[in-house]
Ligand binder design. Sequence first.
Ligand SMILES: [Zn+2]
Length: 216
Amino acid sequence: MPDEQPTDDQTGTDPGVRAPHGPLPEGGTVRPITRWGTPVMHRPQAAVTSYDDALAALAADMVATMYAAEGVGLAACQVGEDVAMFVFDCPDDEGVRTVGVVCNPVLTLPEGKDRRLEDDDEGCLSFPGSFEPCPRPDWARVDGQGLDGEPVSFEGDGLLARCLQHETDHTLGTVFGDRLSAKARKRLGKKHDAAAEDYPLSWPADAADPAETAAG
Ligand SMILES: [Zn+2]
């Protein structure tokens, strides 16, 4: 369920968390999450070429937004930015969490006899309130750059493998609904519509700002 899975700790620094390329950036602002159907979500994102303060600020906003939405991953297009970058904090099959930021992600998946598909439920914060099984390889590796432009590499199984694939898809303009049959897509849409009032267009920014909610 790449985008949708609660996480309990937000620092990314506790000893039970793997942060092979450093902790996630903090101090960002929670933004509304961009929905499927918005053009930026359905085209390949612009490659990151400047590893500057603006990029780091965007990553911090993405982290804050991911945690506010209780997600395990978030791509820049999901806060409306045409930038090939994602952040994640996601457990693997053993329940060990890995955190990271990846710019310009390149995915490597098992091939031949090593390729095994898992048909677990998947959901997306940009189409909230709905899940459908989506077959994907049970292991994945992503290579790219960190916020300092240095190479990073993350790999794993379980939900982490699904997350790395789901978020890399986002940077290429693909949403997981594109990978479902017409029938499954229809079921996904119905569940999403039924949950619509739980997810106003400002979500999760409204939930993170009680003052604004109180003001109506
Ligand atoms: Zn998603």
